[in-house]
Design a protein around this ligand. Sequence first.
Ligand code: NAD
Length: 493
Amino acid sequence: MTLARFKMCIDGQWVDALSGKTFKSLDPSSAEAWAELPDADQADVEQAVQAAQKAFENPAWRNLSATGRGKLLRRLGDLIADNKEHLAQLESRDNGKLIRETRGQVNYLPEFFHYTAGLADKLEGGTLPLDKPDMFAYTTHEPLGVVAGIIPWNSPLYLTAIKLAPALAAGNTIVLKPSEHASATILELARLALEAGFPAGVVNVVTGFGPSTGAALTRHPLVRKIAFTGGAATARHVVRSSAENFARLSLELGGKSPNIIFADADLDSAINGAVAGIYAASGQSCVAGSRLLVQEDIYDDFVERLIERASRIRIGNPQDDASEMGPMATAQQLAVVEGLVADALAEGARLRLGGKRPAIDARGWYYEPTLLECDSHSMKIMQEEVFGPVASVIRFKDEAQALAMANDSQFGLAAGIWTRDLGRAHRMAKGVRSGIVWVNTYRAVSAMAPIGGFNNSGYGRESGIDSVLAYTELKTVWINLSQEPMPDPFVMR
Ligand code: NAD
């Protein structure tokens, strides 16, 4: 097969790595290489960061009004809409996600740019009601400088949009480092940003591996903020890097989200919600509802119905409109899933569905929708993120036990609650320690709704009205109104 060849975007130019090195991206549905990309090292990262710093100081960007930045963002959103089918096909090809899922995400993508465009000129500072009559003071929100955006492979466009749009709205410049497993659509996004009219160097993309390209970027002294989405182990490297440059950090990490089904729930909806939570996107979702907590009165019925529904899921080529579950994005991820299921069985979990690769005519990294019944919430499969189509289910007696189980986790990204009882919905929503709570729904996102986690699911929030503020510094300006000479210089005023 002829390989698609990509170049990186540095300072508005399309370039190879200075070393000439490349790496191949594999198609998860066939396990074959389909694209070749530059393998950036420290020298390339240096160029990208210097270009971003130069663009930050360039009057064409620095002096552009907030309204002007908003207009560029709106145009970028429009260009994404014009190119939506191309972007959806490319992302599905690159990371193996269902075309229906990537289409859904790309159709909504312009909203992130349009919504954030409207925030660009609403970054208002304040005047301070000072207790010093001869002084006047006000605050302004100013851009940070160069932002590093580190992106995982599971939803590259979406997870880039929620960093790129607010970073640009606030007047920063950015160097994006997409995952080595799914870089293609982020390079296309940089092309559209140039077409929209962002000056050269405002948006740069370096492609390559985490420990080399990613680490060189996150520890660079000119990087003022790192917006990271990925796993906890990588996040620890990133936090250590930030000890060098004191970069501001936002960390969107993994989860082991509880999907809690009470006996009074609409069971048809709850079954669909459980499927959406763990089998959609083959479970490769940070908010996957991988812990199913089910009230004992309906437990047996729920499990039977879930098995019946999940066993009808059509596994197949992600590019096929009829497929409902595609492959794991990488061979390593498939091995991780297989290992965690084996550990769960060794620990006493009962396999009720799946637990193996499907017998389909494809060489890709497919895994069947899997359900494991557990008697103890302390089992590893109830505590560790799988990032695959593996749900572990356990019964609970009452609300108090459901809440205790829900919060018995190192994570705290999302939770689902299924009940018709309004009071219970609010009590549970208040009690659950997670950044997102969905009641009688799951996996809903909006440009207006902040996402982010409690506990080991990270810190900082993306999306929503405050997202742009997270890309600014607050400055306080003091004006002396007095006509008197400066008083005693040795006393604080
Ligand atoms: P990962 O942590 O392996 O990689 C994420 C990114 O970090 C990649 O671009 C990688 O190249 C880079 N990286 C790796 N080592 C690095 C280093 N030393 N320095 C700097 N960068 C480095 O994650 P992944 O496997 O791509 O994605 C899966 C993980 O992401 C899961 O844990 C999932 O839950 C999480 N995730 C979270 C969210 C969220 O919004 N909370 C969304 C999607 C995925």
